[in-house]
Design a protein. Structure first.
Length: 439
């Protein structure tokens, strides 16, 4: 049964934002198609899922909503938001990198009301008849500017052409598209533009950091050290640059996660998990990390390479100052580089305090636990195991992620060694399990 108050209470949300209330009211009160523009980190996923929960027939086993996303990470994040709502709706993520046959088997068991799908994998399932388009009444295109312009056009045209029974379409992003192609088949459109009223920019302090050398690695090291124990993302434009900077910072003593499109999906997921749970204090990444990832509590954004355009800049700085938090952004400029026009007036030059410098130690480490969903293990099981068997307090344990065949847990850096010593080889739900530190 749909109960908005109960959902928000379960999620620990006292009140919806102006944008979220506006989206809910238009989705529930009108029959228009909607284009929603709102800053990265403003809560757009909940903004559309909350009213959708009241528009879906939860007693039916028919697929009713298709959410199209540009990548796996956003699919998983959106899926987690729906699960956190606890509203009784069933969902699945569909994306490349694993056999479509496995997804089809799972779909037959789950019978999802909603699927979160990348364009290519969605077309694959539609072509094979794994998804019946007949019951789909709503389509959401999240990060629609990216879905409609980054090599997805043919797949989007085919998918949307197959979903002929769709009654309403909801498009969301933090940056607008030059035009919406005819194949999206938008009807009467209601545009909700909250970008001009967004207060994120007032919560982000922006600085220039000048490097005396074209190779800015030494200046980057000093800058990150000056931040102390905080969470920072360093953005670069090329995959090989990410690897080079990541290796440099690791050699200098930082605990670093690297993230780019050339990595295997599991490695990318592990990198984000370590960074998000506090086991790595620095994420070195391409712009792939600027969209669709749930990384709360990012304190600093460092533009090692200048963003290639204004849209990329907007999505990068949207990684900090999420919801009501504040954050800082730094342009690391070499001798021949100038501040881009779209950055506006940035009068403040950040003077790095005098050394000596010591890389900060992360607050947490990540432990691998060799049992997962296939063993009927839940987050609560892992928490209880680490407390009872590992000798930890609840305050020593951070984020827990349970996967199909294993689990990962963030544990206080001062407590993990004793926990591994006590818990490794002990029984979790009656089965002996491995517990190891992930470096």
């Amino acid at each position: 049964m749909y109960n908005e108050e109960a959902i928000l209470r379960k999620m620990g949300i006292k009140a919806l934002s102006e944008m979220q209330s506006g989206m809910r009211n238009v989705m529930l009160g009108r029959d228009d198609d909607i284009v929603l523009l709102s800053a990265t980190g403003s809560g757009k996923t909940l903004a559309y899922l909350l009213p959708l929960a009241g528009m879906i027939n939860a007693s039916s086993d028919v697929l009713q909503v298709v959410v199209i996303v540009p990548g796996r990470e956003l699919a998983l994040q959106s899926h987690d938001v729906l699960k956190g709502m606890g509203c009784g709706l069933r969902s699945m993520c569909l994306y490349g990198g694993r056999p479509a046959m496995d997804e089809h088997r799972e779909m037959r068991k789950v019978m999802p009301h909603i699927v979160f799908a990348t364009p290519g994998r969605l077309v694959d399932h539609l072509d094979k008849g794994n998804i019946s388009p007949s019951g789909v009444r709503y389509v959401v295109i999240d990060e629609f500017d990216k879905c409609l312009k980054m090599g997805f056009a043919d797949e989007m045209r085919k998918a949307l052409g197959t979903l002929r029974g769709v009654k309403r379409r909801f498009l969301l992003s933090a940056t607008d598209a030059e035009e919406i192609p005819d194949f999206v088949n938008m009807g009467r459109v209601r545009r909700l533009d909250y970008l001009s009223t967004d207060k994120t920019s007032g919560r982000i302090s922006t600085y220039i950091v000048k490097s005396p050398n074209r190779d800015k690695l030494d200046t980057l090291y000093d800058l990150l050290c000056s931040f102390g124990v905080s969470s920072s993302i360093v953005f670069l434009n090329y995959r090989d640059s990410v690897e080079r900077v990541g290796e440099y910072l690791t050699d200098k003593g930082f605990v670093v996660s690297t993230f780019h499109g050339g990595m295997e999906q599991e490695a990318r997921e592990d990198a984000i998990f370590k960074f998000s749970n506090g086991s790595a204090s620095v994420l070195v990444a391409t712009d792939l990390a600027s969209r669709g990832l749930d990384m709360p509590g990012v304190d600093n954004i460092v533009h090692y390479h200048l963003p290639v355009g204004e849209d990329e800049y907007i999505h990068r700085i949207g990684r900090t100052a999420r919801w009501e938090a504040s954050g800082r952004a730094f342009f690391l400029l070499g001798p021949d580089e100038e501040l881009p026009v779209y950055a506006g007036n940035v009068p403040d030059v950040y003077e790095i305090p005098a050394g000596p410098y010591v890389p900060p130690r992360p607050r947490m480490v990540t432990l691998y636990i060799g049992k997962g969903k296939k063993d009927k293990v839940s987050r609560g099981d892992v928490l209880g195991f680490l407390c009872k068997t590992g000798g930890l307090e609840g305050s020593d344990i951070g984020r827990i992620d349970v996967r199909e065949r294993c689990a990962y847990a963030a544990v206080s850096i001062d407590k993990w060694k004793e926990a591994v010593k006590r818990a490794s080889g002990e029984k979790l739900k009656g089965i002996k399990t491995v517990v190891e530190h992930i470096k």
